[in-house]
Design a protein around this ligand. Structure first.
Ligand code: ARG
Length: 281
């Protein structure tokens, strides 16, 4: 084992193997369909991510990939889940639309309470990140701002709308990560000036990432409060996390990066009802 598994919270994640992963269309600046993609390598990297989570003591649920949906590996986009309630995605681009019913079926089959057809475009945990008892919500490229109201009505949690302004960081989870216990890390320049002020006000102690960290997708990370799994190329951010007392775990996500995704994108966090309260305590 290349790392010791420090005890963080025990988490449950939903993942989708990248069996049909490819870059055949371009819906974000990272995607270049003329560049070759090695699906076998993507599978190996994804498998390594899954093993990393298992070694850290987390539980992994799997959803079957659907042929013809090359982005389905990015499970985070499939839904927002808090406790038993899942708000299923409604994708911005038609190329990904058929992923929504697949995720809906999974949540129904696994005993979750699934909300009605979402009224507004939302890309799940790509843009909705639960921080304690508030939901940080991205908008600007994918999730519709009106969806933030829909999420607030569904969960009864305060929703903080944050506007993304840089197309390279088109989902909230490419520009901000929850570390736990009221602590976050983010790349300020990815946000509008007003949203930067909101983040400074709410999280004066946040770790601020630089452009290189963000371009390495270092913020596309998953934390259990102790261990922070993130792309290994985010070497500077890894050092900063270590200085702050975290246990960073770097993984190779190079193939998935070609589609504009990395660790968090591949990970849909199934958050128990009590977690919001526990995180706030
Ligand atoms: N190619 C996918 C898209 O553009 C990548 C999604 C990444 N997911 C995420 N949670 N940021 O939709």
């Amino acid at each position: 084992m290349p790392y010791d598994s420090s005890p963080g919270a025990r988490c449950q994640y939903l993942m989708c193997p990248p069996e049909y992963f490819d870059v055949r269309y371009s819906i974000n600046p990272w995607m270049d369909p003329s560049k070759p993609v090695d699906t076998g390598l993507a599978m190996a990297q994804w498998e390594r991510l899954r093993e990393t989570y298992l070694a850290l003591g987390h539980q992994i649920e799997l959803i079957d990939p659907v042929p013809g949906l090359p982005d389905m590996v990015f499970a985070a986009n499939g839904a927002t889940v808090i406790g038993n309630r899942a708000l299923i995605a409604r994708y911005r681009y038609p190329q990904r639309a058929a992923e929504a019913p697949a995720y809906r079926d999974w949540f129904l089959a696994n005993g979750f309470q699934v909300s009605d057809e979402p009224r507004f475009i939302n890309e799940g945990q790509g843009d909705y990140l639960l921080e304690g008892e508030r939901l940080l919500a991205g908008t600007g490229f994918r999730t519709d701002r009106l969806s933030h109201d829909e999420a607030q009505e569904l969960y009864g949690l305060p929703v903080v709308s944050l506007t993304l302004v840089n197309p390279s960081f088109y989902h909230l989870d490419t520009a901000l990560a929850i570390l736990g216990k009221g602590h976050i890390m983010y790349y300020p320049e990815a946000f509008s000036v007003g949203s930067q002020q909101v983040l400074r006000r709410l999280y004066p102690d946040a770790i601020l990432a630089n452009r290189r960290d963000a371009e390495a997708f270092g913020l596309n990370a998953v934390s259990d409060g102790v261990n922070v799994v993130l792309p290994q190329v985010a070497t500077h951010l890894i050092e900063v996390l270590r200085e702050h007392g975290y246990h960073p775990v770097g993984v190779d996500m190079s193939e998935l990066h070609k589609s504009g995704g990395a660790v968090k994108c591949c990970t849909l966090e199934l958050v128990p009802e009590t977690a919001a309260a526990a995180a706030a305590a």
